[in-house]
Design a protein around this ligand. Structure first.
Ligand code: C2E
Ligand code: MG
Ligand code: MG
Length: 719
């Protein structure tokens, strides 16, 4: 063994140190590894036999394109010590970051003045690399101040300098050990210590021959001693991390019993601890930011949801919780008259006062804007919520001082109690909101508990859902038809079929109200098929080429029966396919599944026309138009409403007209109510129009008359 010149103790220490150690021999071809210790084999997973005799490059696998490799090669060539951090791979192929401290061995075996042996101390620093990277990312995302960044840079610089110093000290194997080593006999007397140990413990002089506890008397019964005794008693290696208060450093320690006593390997991990600590703090701060409102520091909606879900998930235990929704009366006025800064200040003051009203277990939340809610946990009776509401109204009644001016802010409160009024955060919020709505209606400084029937919207949906049962069979639906007109000529081109529900008690119900409920309840498919059938039946009786446009719900696309329904409607009524236009919204394409695209293609093959409805209300409309060639786009009413005054709408109308003419797509504008709107659209080259200016939707029975009058030149003379 060429390393036989090393003292036995050195070899023993080398084998036990926590760092991997490799020695390579430059006098042999391809610099083979001639020594590797146990820690290296543990770290890489390679058995010793597979390491010896090989060149180190196998550790990089195929990953040879690392700048650090060049640095390392240059150092070996010039015989200089260096530190590099490499991407290395264990035997199982997994990646780890290997910090390699490389130094020539100043043994007498130098080849022609060049060192023969190189020793490489290897340490797996993957955790540090990950922590440092995470820290860097956290630093970036938090937009750390330039100052702080400068400090980080300085630390990095300092660390690099330290590393360079440490490297320079790699003069012999023992002295170059990254671990500090102390070897003790059974009487706690130092029989050996290396340079690193000496340096690290420099503040108290520990020397060969000194008793450890004479030098560190305060540790004689401390945590270090306890671990060492354990290692001796159990005759096994003990590893731990501990703060050495005498030197104010963190140490990572490994104590291994030997026949003579104890070997203690240790290193200063203060810096690593600092990095980890900093990362932990940054992480906590980010978690805090995600759950708190930046302005008031109160928990935000996310916190509220988490807490409420947790509490409500346990409602079966019989606990009651109250949710109080708050409305500030004067807030908008303050914002408008005194400015946003005053508004912000007011919100902060309100937050402070609210917190003085609650117990530690309650939660004051700012949902956004001037929306505050209070989650009052574990109440015995609703009376407690009443008490809290009164307290809050009382504190908020006193004027606030903003810009040294007193400002009065009234408040109203709505209260909902779980589990009675809601068993999910959303339901509870909705209930408290309805209660708040009622409270506001009753004037300043009042609170109201939620009562069934308050939630009009909920009620309405519930009613519609019930009433939908059997409504189709009872013939409660009818189709009305609204004309579409060619803008250039004023000629009638088509009618859009719009569904109406004539409820026996409620009268006419708008599709905007019942279609979403029908979709939710799964009733839209039969309803839509009925509309198709009915629309085609009517249109078959109109003179060609006047067409009919039928709206389709996205849910009909998923039903699997759409193609059949369309084919059946055409066959049964004899309507020519090109006189049927199907209006669909962008949301169909939003699904982006190939099934919807296939359905569109099959519809196209049937010969019907496809129109994209409410164009501009979804997003990336243009890409959808490219992905499937529609015959028509219907610009949504919201863009027509502000014509011709809004420059934005003007620009959109121009862009859509240009785009469509390039793609040979017919353009329709809906919701045209004025001559000015019509003129603006016509000027931009829109093809067709629809809206109250031309006519509202009429009963199916009235359409033939409308067509006849139109053809006689009695209506739509706008062309
Ligand atoms: P849509 O397809 O965009 O229909 C146009 C809506 O604009 C209709 O409302 C129509 O009455 C209204 N409208 C037309 N001209 C004017 C105007 O000049 N000014 C104003 N303010 N409004 C105008 P409607 O009939 O209430 O329908 C609302 C929505 O309900 C429709 O929007 C459509 O999405 C849906 N819908 C109607 N019938 C059906 C149907 O048979 N099946 C499906 N799936 N949805 C339908
Ligand atoms: Mg439509
Ligand atoms: Mg529309």
């Amino acid at each position: 063994m060429p390393l036989s010149t090393l003292p036995v103790l050195a070899l023993q220490i080398l084998d036990e140190t926590a760092d991997g150690v490799l020695v390579t021999d430059r006098s042999q071809p391809d610099d083979p590894i001639v020594y590797a210790n146990a820690a290296f084999c543990r770290m890489t997973g390679y058995p010793l036999a597979e390491v010896l005799g090989r060149n180190c490059r196998f550790l990089q696998g195929g990953d040879r394109n690392q700048p650090e490799i060049v640095v390392m090669r240059e150092a070996i060539r010039s015989g200089r010590p260096t530190v590099v951090t490499l991407r290395n791979y264990r035997q199982d192929g997994s990646l780890f970051w290997n910090e390699v401290r490389l130094a020539p061995l100043r043994a007498d075996a130098d080849v022609g003045g060049q060192p023969r042996y190189f020793v490489g101390l290897q340490r797996d620093v993957s955790d540090q690399v990950a922590a440092e990277r995470a820290l860097r990312e956290a630093a970036a995302s938090e937009k750390r101040s330039a100052e702080e960044r400068a400090i980080l840079a300085k630390d990095a610089n300092q660390a690099r300098q330290e590393a360079e110093h440490a490297t320079a000290r790699l003069a012999s194997v023992l002295e170059s050990m990254m671990d500090a080593v102390i070897v003790l006999d059974h009487d706690w007397r130092v029989t050996y210590l290396n340079e690193n140990a000496r340096r690290l413990l420099a503040r108290r002089s520990l020397q060969v021959g000194s008793n450890l506890w004479d030098v560190y008397p305060e540790e004689a019964d401390g945590i270090f001693a306890r671990h060492y005794r354990q290692a001796l008693a159990e005759q096994k290696t003990v590893s731990f991390e501990e703060f050495l208060s005498a030197l104010e450093i963190w140490l990572e320690i490994q104590a291994s019993p030997t026949p003579e006593g104890l070997s203690i390997f240790f290193r200063d991990i203060t810096e690593r601890r600092r990095v980890e600590q900093e990362w932990l703090l940054a992480h906590e701060r980010m978690a805090h930011m995600a759950r708190h409102d930046g302005l008031t520091g109160l928990p935000n909606r996310m916190s509220f949801r988490e807490r409420a879900e947790y509490l409500l998930g346990r409602w079966s235990e019989g606990a009651k919780h109250a949710l109080l929704c708050l409305d500030l009366r004067g807030f908008k006025g303050v914002n408008d008259t005194l400015g946003h800064q005053a508004g912000d200040a007011l919100l902060r003051l309100v937050a402070e006062r609210l917190q003085t009203c609650v117990r530690g277990s309650d939660m004051v939340v700012r949902l956004g804007g001037d929306e505050f809610v209070i989650l009052q946990t574990e109440i015995a009776a609703p009376a407690e919520a009443k008490e809290l509401a009164r307290r809050i109204l009382g504190t908020l009644a006193a004027p606030f001082v903003l810009d040294s001016e007193p400002v009065a802010v009234g408040a109203s409160i709505g209260i909902a109690v779980a589990p009675n009024d809601g068993r999910t955060p959303d339901d509870l919020l909705k209930a408290a909101d309805s209660a708040l709505y009622c409270a506001k209606g009753e004037g300043r400084g009042t609170y109201r508990f939620f009562a069934p029937g308050m939630d009009a919207q909920l009620q309405e949906r519930h009613f519609i859902r019930q009433a939908l049962h059997g409504a189709l069979e009872r013939g409660e639906f009818e189709l009305h038809f609204q004309p579409l007109v060619a803008l250039a000529t004023g000629g009638l081109t088509a009618f859009e079929a719009l569904m109406r529900w004539r409820h026996p008690e409620r009268g006419m119900i708008s599709p905007a109200r019942f279609i979403p409920v029908a979709e939710e309840a799964g009733a839209i498919v039969p309803l839509g098929e009925w509309a198709l059938q009915e629309a085609c039946r009517r249109a078959a009786g109109w003179p060609a080429p006047i067409s009919v446009a039928v709206n389709l719900s996205p849910l009909q696309f998923g039903s699997g029966t759409l193609i059949e329904a369309v084919r059946h409607a055409l066959d049964a009524t004899g309507l020519e396919p090109e006189r049927l236009q199907l209006e669909i919204t962008e949301s169909v394409l939003l699904l982006e599944d190939s099934a919807s695209l296939r359905t569109l293609e099959e519809l196209r093959r049937l010969g019907v026309r496809l129109a994209m409805d409410d164009f501009g209300t979804g997003y990336s409309s243009l890409s959808y138009l490219r992905s499937f060639p529609f015959d028509k786009i219907k610009l949504d009413q919201s863009f027509v409403r502000d014509l011709p005054n809004s420059a934005d709408c003007q620009a959109i109308v121009r862009a859509v007209a240009g785009l469509a003419s390039g793609l040979r797509i017919t353009t329709v504008a809906e919701g045209i109510e004025t001559e000015e709107q019509l003129e603006a659209l016509r000027a931009k080259g829109f093809d067709e129009g629809q809206g109250h200016l031309f006519g509202k939707a009429v009963l199916g029975t009235e359409v033939p008359l409308l067509i006849a009058r139109h053809q006689a030149g009695l209506v739509f003379r706008h062309g």
